[in-house]
Write a protein that binds this ligand. Structure first.
Ligand SMILES: Cc1cc2nc3c(=O)[nH]c(=O)nc-3n(C[C@H](O)[C@H](O)[C@H](O)COP(=O)(O)OP(=O)(O)OC[C@H]3O[C@@H](n4cnc5c(N)ncnc54)[C@H](O)[C@@H]3O)c2cc1C
Length: 410
């Protein structure tokens, strides 16, 4: 593998860099490369941080094949430049050596609910502008899915500790183990002097299959399992229902925890899986087995009953799937993990904020709800997406929130 310097030297410095234009936060890749190659790593890190405070995270876990490196022109005939490797090094170095600038406080209080990627991004942007930020978090630490979902072998936890430390040094008030909407409501915040509230509480509630057997003692939801895998006794054979990134993370975690036979059940084929191709490949390398074209229809005490599914391609190329209820089979399991998507929790529904049919926050293109002073971004607005998408929309919301606070903060 070439060194990161050799990798940066391969960059063609395109006039119209497709890597940047396909990045949801438009990372200024050519400028970062130039600073890096000129030996100005701190400046390169600062540029990355100011554009995307979570660049140290997104460089590690973004679906790069869909964004930057997937659109590198060198990739048309050979290996694309892996900018994310360079970005990871620069961003981490920057965070580790970061000097907190002296920022004059403006005395305007803002509440942030949820310390995941959207909440961290908003907190940092506000703190850098001198706002007085209180960050409410239901869990005992910052990170959201980065800490309580994505396994540590994909994203080191000490990175999140660095972010927490930076926010604390910038003056954030952190309220861990505090679930907004439980006893403290959004409406309680304004009388205490908060001028705006930013909601970024994510989509932590797992969807259920709605099948018989789902409440049995050996059945778990993937997002619950991934929070604290060590709390679960899964046995020898683990079957995971679902085939997105969350299913893959659960499977790879289970393998690492010594559950010898881990099988992913999926009603579609390998080519239809929503998980990133790289992640599927890694799961195969780890020894995860896949059963495709199998629709779970009932959870049994010792396994999962499935029916076979047929993939049908119509003349116009449209693909559909049809269950064959005459063709059933059982997959043995000591434990079953369900990973078929997530939705928003019910607890934050307050202050009359309008919700969509899916229970997500209904906001305009700048993240404003119909309750003055209440803004939202991240998965609670978009539904489950990616970290970089959460950062991109949060930046947009920050712009509108600043305008609002300038007019209503005094
Ligand atoms: C297992 C898994 C793997 C993933 N892998 C990737 C990946 O590789 N790459 C990628 O880009 N994306 C990945 N994603 C998606 C990505 O993590 C999310 O899009 C991103 O975390 C959304 O950020 P958020 O801030 O909106 O929400 P979250 O990360 O969900 O954070 C929300 C925070 O709000 C807190 N909270 C909830 N309710 C309340 C309340 N009432 N009061 C106070 N706090 C509250 C939660 O505890 C949590 O800390 C993955 C998701 C999962 C579940």
């Amino acid at each position: 593998m070439p060194s990161i310097k050799q990798e940066a030297q391969r960059c063609l410095k395109c006039k119209n860099p497709q890597c940047s234009s396909h990045c949801p936060v438009s990372t200024p890749i050519p400028q970062v490369m130039e600073l890096f190659l000129n030996g100005e790593i701190k400046k390169a890190g600062e540029l990355l941080f100011q554009n995307n405070p979570l660049s140290a995270v997104t460089s590690v876990i973004c679906p790069h094949e869909r964004n930057c490196s997937g659109h590198c022109v060198l990739g048309r005939k050979g290996a694309p430049v892996e900018f994310f490797r360079i970005e990871e090094y620069i961003s981490r170095f920057y965070l580790e050596t970061m000097e907190i600038p002296h920022i004059g406080k403006n005395g305007i209080k803002v509440a942030v609910a949820g310390a995941g990627p959207a909440g961290i991004t908003m907190s940092i942007l506000l703190l850098l502008k001198g706002y007085d930020v209180t960050l409410f978090e239901a869990q005992d630490n910052v990170g959201g899915v980065l800490r309580y979902g994505i396994p540590p072998f994909r994203l080191p936890r000490d990175l999140l500790d660095i972010y927490k430390d930076i926010m604390l040094r910038m003056g954030v008030h952190f309220r861990p183990n505090t679930r907004l909407g439980s006893n403290i409501m959004i409406d309680d915040l304004f009388p205490d002097g908060y001028k705006a509230v930013f909601v970024s509480t994510g989509t932590g509630r797992p969807n259920k299959l709605g099948l018989l057997g789902e409440t049995l003692g050996h059945v778990h939801f993937a997002v619950d399992y991934l929070k604290t895998p060590e709390a679960f006794e899964l046995g020898y054979r683990v079957v995971i229902v679902g085939a997105g990134n969350v299913a893959i993370d659960a499977a790879r975690t289970a393998i690492r925890r010594g559950h010898s036979r881990v099988t992913i059940l999926h009603f579609m084929g390998e080519e239809d899986m929503t998980a990133n191709h790289d992640e599927v490949e890694m799961a195969e390398i780890d020894g995860v087995e896949f059963i495709h074209y199998a629709q779970a229809v009932r959870i049994l005490e010792d396994g999962v009953r499935c029916v076979r599914v047929k993939r049908i391609t119509a003349e116009d190329g449209k693909v559909s799937f049809e269950e064959d209820y005459t063709d059933t089979f059982d997959v043995p399991a000591d434990s079953v993990i369900i990973a078929i998507g997530q939705g928003p929790g019910a607890d934050i529904r307050t202050a009359g904020v309008r919700l969509t049919q899916r229970g997500l926050f209904d906001v305009n293109e700048c993240g404003e709800t119909d309750t003055p002073g209440v803004f939202a971004a991240g998965d609670i607005v978009s539904g489950p997406k990616t970290v970089v998408d959460a950062v991109a929309f949060t930046k947009k919301v920050f712009g509108r929130m600043e305008e609002y606070l300038q007019n209503n903060g005094g």
